[in-house]
Each structure stands twice: as structure tokens, then as C-alpha cells.
Write a protein that binds this ligand. Structure first.
Ligand code: ADP
Length: 489
């Protein structure tokens, strides 16, 4: 874990702090741009929009003398605007048709007619008939009304709109209003924004550290504990319960740790079992051969038979182990072909009967006639021998085993039932494990290696077959598997 590559990319903590600080900086930046740098423009746009809408309202009433006077009075009061409307006659002399002089700083009444004519001409030339002139009051020599020196805003605006009346005569609307100097506002806002920026940034950093700590602490805990998985001492209780994902991760690791220790235990048991099973026949072989060597007359065929039997047992055990490891590592493949399962069952049962009949065992076959399946015959026979062998081995006093073959919905089911002690609920799922032995029930002696059911399981899994076991303790067990019925070609 000391790998430097792993450390690249920064921790959760650094990233959370970085992202949060960046976000806050962005918001503060946005505030600065909008409040400080764009305030002038936004304010100018609002003023111009008001002027435009006012000129529209005046234009609507321009042909109605009473309405016009009313509108002009209303607008000039509502928006503190100075308004002059002129109508031009044929000689192009302007005559005032509406006028409102609202405030003392009104420029319309203090600049000369030439200037007004110039504005009118500019408006006429403009495409939309509008000319906006922003005037700094200082330029007009009115120091009492001087704007703040740093203000970039003009202090007054003259809005000129050239229009046509219903009778075709030219007319002009002059609007004038003050523009509040925003410099002072901007300065106040600047000071406030400085404070806001410092406070939010400090709070954001503190918050980021807090969140990062809350997030990364449980992760660090899990990481520290997960490293202990290697030596099997993972303990989920040492992980701080932070949030759902970490709780789940911790539970997954606890589960993994439990499974790992199970595997570890099983492996140890497996080795112990195998060694034990290898040692028993070896001890016997050693004992018998020494006896035959040292004691005259012990070199009998019976004693030789014991040695031969034990050697066979050893070789069965070793080949079973090999077979299982091949099956489990996926090196073993199956070679399916269509064959008659009914016939295979009959052959197997009669062979098994020959073997066990002398000891008083009965194997009853309830067959469903010829049923074809597409499977690896040798392997399926192996399954049958194992299941029937086990059933004979564990069956009850009546020494009876029943093999049933049933066909339903295109599936053939083979079940092997005995009348023995059965298997307890806790042991049921475990008997398929390699070398699992139900405590106290084990009766080796039918040539079993203790690997029978694991081999059965691997073969049936390779076939994609359904299989299982049901058992009632005291009344026996039924092992079954199912294969799809194939067409006999
Ligand atoms: P073994 O060679 O020990 O029978 P298996 O893998 O075939 O090995 O079976 C595993 C265990 O499952 C057995 O030790 C036994 O406890 C149990 N078992 C298998 N078949 C039966 C059965 N028909 N009745 C009761 N227990 C059984």
C-alpha cells in the first residue's frame, strides 16, 4: 500500500475542500461582477427602458390634446421626468404641444434651442428615430449638482424621439431625467462585498474541512481495518458509522472477512481430513507388510488381500482428489451425447444390486421407460453411482433404497431415496462442500472418499442441471437431479 502511484490524485479531504472553495469563489466573483462592474450598465439599461416606455405612452396619446397633457403630467410625476413635446408646421417651426417641468435640474429648459434642434436632427437620422444623449452636469457648469468625480455615469440623460402625428406632421418628444450617481452605492457595496467575501470564504473553508473530515474519517477507518483482512483480523466494529455507503462497505468487508476465515478453516480441515484418510490405509499397509515379513506363516492370501484393498482405497482417494481438482479448476470438460437414461439407470441399479445384495440391501427402481437425454454419459453414471452408493451407505434398518425416474414437462427427474437417519437442516446446504462430513454419521467403507457429493455437484453444475436434496431427520433423504429430455435421433 506504500505504492506511490496510489497516493497520486489527492485525498477526499483535499478534493472536497478544493471544490467547495472553488464554488464559493465562483459565487463571490459572480456577485462582484454583477454588483460592482455591471451596476452602471444595468442601471443605465433600466433608465433607458423607462424612457422608451414613457415615449411610447406619449406617442399613443400624441393626437389627443387632453389625453396627451394628462399622460405627460402623469409620467413626469411618476418617473420624475422633464418632458417637452413639439409639433412642427409647414415652415418647420416647432410649437410646444405638451410640457412638464418637474424638477429644478431639468435640462430641457436650460439648454438652448440650437442644442435641442441638434438632438432632433440626430434622432431623425437614427433608424429608430431615437437619440439618447448622456450629459455630465459638470459640463453645464452647475457645480452644486456635481457628480462624484469617480462616477463614470452621466448625471442626466436627454432622450429624443422623432415621431409623426396622425395628420402627417412631424413631432418630437424630449424626455429628460436625472441619473442617480451609482459611485457611492458601488463604494458601499464594495465594502459590504469585501466583508461578505471574507466571511463566506472562511465559513466555506471551515465547512469544507468539517464535511471532508466527516466523509474521510470512516473511509480511513475502513481502509485501516481492510488491511487487516490479510491476517484475518478485520473487525468492522472499529469503523466509524458515517453514512450509508461506508456502512455497506464495512458490512461487505465483514462478510468477506467471515467468508475468508471460513475458507481458511475449511482448507485446514481439508488437509487434516486428507492426511488422516491417507494415513489410515498407509498404516494398515505398513503394519500388514511388516507382519508378513517378520512373522512366519502370516504371508497369507487374506493378509495380502487387506494390503491390496487398502492400496485400492488409497488410489481411489487420490484419483477422486485429482478428479475434483480438475472439475473445480474448470480443466475438465464434459462431452454430451444423446443416450438412454432409462437404460443407464437399469444397468447401474443391476450392477449395484450385484454388489450389495449379498449384504441384504435392496435397490428398487421405478423407471419411466426409455428417456433420452443429451449429457455426458460417463459423468452421469458417476453421479448415479455416488448417489446410490451414499444411499446404501446411510439407509436405515430396512436396507432399502429407491430410485425414481419421472418425466414431466420435457424434464426427467431422477431421485434416490433412502430410509436412514436423514440430514439436519443446518447440514443440508453444507454436504455438497468438499470433504464435509456430518458429525457422527460418517460411515466410510463403501469405498467413499468423502468427496462424492462435491464431485456430483461439479458434474451437475457443468451440465447446467438442477439438483438438490430434501431430508427429514429420522426418516431418510432424497437426492435428486433433473435433465431436459432430448429427442432420440
Ligand atoms: P462420503 O464419502 O462421506 O459419503 P459425500 O460427499 O458423498 O462423502 O457425502 C458428504 C456427507 O453427506 C456424508 O459424510 C454424509 O454425512 C452426508 N450424506 C451424504 N449422503 C447421505 C444420505 N443419503 N443420507 C444421510 N447423509 C448423507
Amino acid at each position: 500500500m506504500k505504492d506511490r502511484k496510489l497516493r497520486r490524485g489527492g485525498g477526499v479531504k483535499t478534493k472536497i475542500v478544493l471544490y467547495l472553495v472553488l464554488f464559493v469563489l465562483f459565487v463571490i466573483g459572480l456577485l462582484w461582477v454583477l454588483q460592482i462592474f455591471l451596476l452602471d450598465r444595468i442601471y443605465s439599461a433600466i433608465v433607458e427602458n423607462t424612457l422608451y416606455r414613457s415615449s411610447e405612452a406619449i406617442l399613443r396619446d400624441i393626437d389627443d390634446a387632453d389625453g396627451l397633457a394628462e399622460t405627460v403630467r402623469y409620467i413626469s410625476q411618476e418617473y420624475e421626468m422633464c418632458i417637452s413635446v413639439f409639433k412642427f408646421d409647414e415652415e418647420r417651426t416647432g410649437r410646444s404641444i405638451a410640457d412638464s417641468h418637474i424638477n429644478s435640474s431639468c435640462l430641457l429648459h436650460s439648454i438652448n434651442d440650437d442644442a435641442l434642434s441638434a438632438y432632433y436632427m440626430s434622432a431623425r437620422e437614427a433608424e429608430n428615430g431615437i437619440y439618447v444623449h448622456k450629459v455630465a452636469l459638470k459640463a453645464f457648469g452647475r457645480p452644486g449638482y456635481a457628480a462624484h468625480p469617480s462616477s463614470s455615469l452621466p448625471d442626466s440623460v436627454i432622450y429624443t424621439r422623432a415621431v409623426k402625428m396622425a395628420d402627417g406632421a412631424d413631432a418630437v418628444i424630449f424626455l429628460n431625467c436625472d441619473m442617480t450617481p451609482v459611485a457611492a452605492t458601488v463604494r458601499t457595496l464594495t465594502v459590504m462585498l469585501v466583508f461578505i467575501s471574507i466571511i463566506t470564504l472562511t465559513l466555506a473553508i471551515a465547512l469544507a474541512y468539517f464535511i471532508a473530515w466527516r466523509v474521510s474519517a470512516p473511509i480511513a477507518d475502513v481502509n485501516r481495518e481492510a488491511k487487516k483482512l490479510v491476517n484475518n483480523s478485520y473487525d468492522g466494529r472499529n469503523v466509524r458509522r458515517g453514512y450509508r455507503e461506508i456502512n455497506e462497505l464495512s458490512e461487505t468487508l465483514t462478510y468477506a472477512a467471515r467468508e475468508l476465515s471460513k475458507v481458511d478453516r475449511m482448507q485446514k480441515e481439508l488437509i487434516a481430513n486428507i492426511s488422516h484418510d491417507l494415513r489410515t490405509p498407509l498404516t494398515l499397509i505398513e503394519g500388514y507388510t511388516e507382519m508378513m515379513r517378520d512373522i512366519p506363516g502370516e504371508n497369507s492370501p487374506e493378509n495380502m488381500q487387506v494390503v491390496i484393498d487398502e492400496t485400492k482405497r488409497l488410489s481411489t482417494l487420490v484419483s477422486d482428489l485429482l478428479e475434483l481438482s480438475r472439475l473445480e479448476t474448470g480443466k475438465q470438460t464434459i462431452y454430451p451425447a444423446v443416450f438412454d437414461l432409462g437404460e443407464a439407470l437399469r444397468d447401474t441399479v443391476s450392477r449395484v444390486m450385484k454388489l450389495y445384495e449379498p449384504d441384504g440391501y435392496r435397490v428398487i427402481l421405478n423407471e419411466a421407460g426409455d428417456v433420452y437425454v443429451n449429457a455426458d454419459k460417463t459423468r452421469i453414471l458417476q453421479v448415479l453411482y455416488n448417489l446410490i452408493g451414499n444411499a446404501v451407505s446411510y439407509t436405515g434398518e430396512d436396507k432399502t433404497v429407491t430410485v425414481d425416474e419421472t418425466v414431466r414437462d420435457g424434464v426427467v427427474r431422477v431421485s434416490v431415496t433412502d430410509t436412514g437417519e436423514g440430514i439436519s437442516k443446518e447440514d443440508l446446504p453444507l454436504i455438497w462442500d468438499r470433504y464435509y462430513k456430518v458429525e457422527g454419521t460418517h460411515r466410510r467403507g463403501v469405498g467413499g472418499s468423502g468427496l462424492g457429493l462435491s464431485i456430483v455437484k461439479e458434474i451437475l453444475v457443468l451440465h447446467g442441471a438442477k439438483f438438490g436434496v430434501s431430508s427429514e431427520p429420522g426418516h431418510g433423504s432424497t437426492f435428486w437431479f433433473e435433465l431436459p429430455v432430448a429427442e432420440n435421433k
